[in-house]
Design a protein around this ligand. Structure first.
Ligand code: AMP
Ligand code: ZN
Ligand code: FE
Ligand code: FE
Length: 289
């Protein structure tokens, strides 16, 4: 696209979730919504699954927008959680699918353990309810457990469920098997994709910093492993955070990317709520080609 954008509406959103993981819109609904908002390029990045990609690509043809097939892989970086986005991965790649399936089995076992733990803590929820709330999702996540807690009336919101019970370090939190960041990068590369570090910082909806990856430590390692990009445009990131991330991107010759991390209309981040420059998309596409 040439010329200056005159509105705040974004044309690009490279980070979204569907009902294949913990999003609340089906791939069809998500693509239709994106098109109606004027989004031209939509990345589908479900947690540890690509099951939403085929339907999203089909819907994209009908709506005449571009869907970028993607995935968001949860990895364990030392003691911290690091999310790795993979763009333009081949969903048919056997190694990738085998690794994702292993992670999804671990997700299921872990959610079950968390339900057991919650029962012992005096918050009994039925495993069947968690499964029912997960619906068609092939990838079960803590948000499904949070929904069960909310439904039972133990908490007033997802946030409360995470802050008090199921967030990292909380009483009902259980760790699970995760790939290392280097393994995830390797899988993405071997399936023809571009590995991108997701949301290096976490800010609360109120703008307080919640966590930050040690970039000084991790970026050189990830870059050596083949990291191609870093997510820079992300909900609630203050200007100074974006500036810092752009500096890191330049220093390590990483593509800056961005997106809303949209999970559904009830969640904090609206679809297309982050303006991602068109040049970001052009850079990503060029690198892919
Ligand atoms: P899991 O993939 O099972 O580790 O769950 C992580 C997901 O839970 C994230 O992708 C978010 O969608 C959601 N999540 C994490 N922290 C919070 C929070 N504090 N409030 C609401 N949702 C959260
Ligand atoms: Zn999620
Ligand atoms: Fe994430
Ligand atoms: Fe995400």
């Amino acid at each position: 696209m040439d010329g200056f954008e005159t509105t705040n509406a974004t044309l690009v959103d490279l980070h979204t979730h569907t009902t294949a993981s913990d999003g609340s819109l089906t791939p069809d609904e998500l693509v239709a919504k994106a098109a109606s908002l004027g989004i031209r390029v939509l990345g589908i990045t479900d947690h540890d699954t690509t099951d939403g990609v085929a339907a999203a690509l089909a819907a994209a043809t009908r709506w005449q927008i571009t869907v970028v097939p993607g995935v968001e892989i949860s990895t364990l970086a030392g003691r911290e959680e690091l999310h790795l986005l993979g763009y333009f991965i081949d969903p048919e790649n056997a190694d990738l699918q085998e690794a994702l399936a292993r992670s999804r089995r671990a997700r299921r076992e872990r959610a079950k353990k968390m339900v057991d733990r919650l029962g012992k803590l005096g918050l009994p929820v039925a495993w069947e309810r968690v499964l029912a709330l997960a619906g068609d999702a092939s990838s079960i996540g803590r948000p499904h457990v949070a929904s069960a807690l909310l439904e039972a009336g133990y908490v007033g919101s997802w946030d409360e469920a995470f802050d008090l019970w199921i967030g990292r370090g909380c009483p009902a939190y259980v760790e699970r098997y995760k790939l290392s960041p280097e393994e995830a990068i390797e899988l993405v590369l071997r399936s023809g994709g571009l590995p991108v570090l997701a949301h290096p910082f976490t800010y609360s909806p109120h703008g307080e910093k919640r966590s930050s990856l040690d970039l000084q430590h991790w970026l050189p390692r990830l870059r050596r492993a083949g990291l191609a990009g870093i997510e820079v445009y992300y909900p609630n990131y203050p200007r100074r955070a974006i500036r810092r991330l752009l500096d890191w991107a330049v220093r390590f010759r990483l593509l800056p990317t961005g997106g809303s991390d949209f999970h559904g209309d009830g969640a904090h981040n609206g679809l297309g709520s982050v303006v991602v420059p068109w040049a970001v998309w052009q850079g990503l596409l060029q690198r892919h080609l």
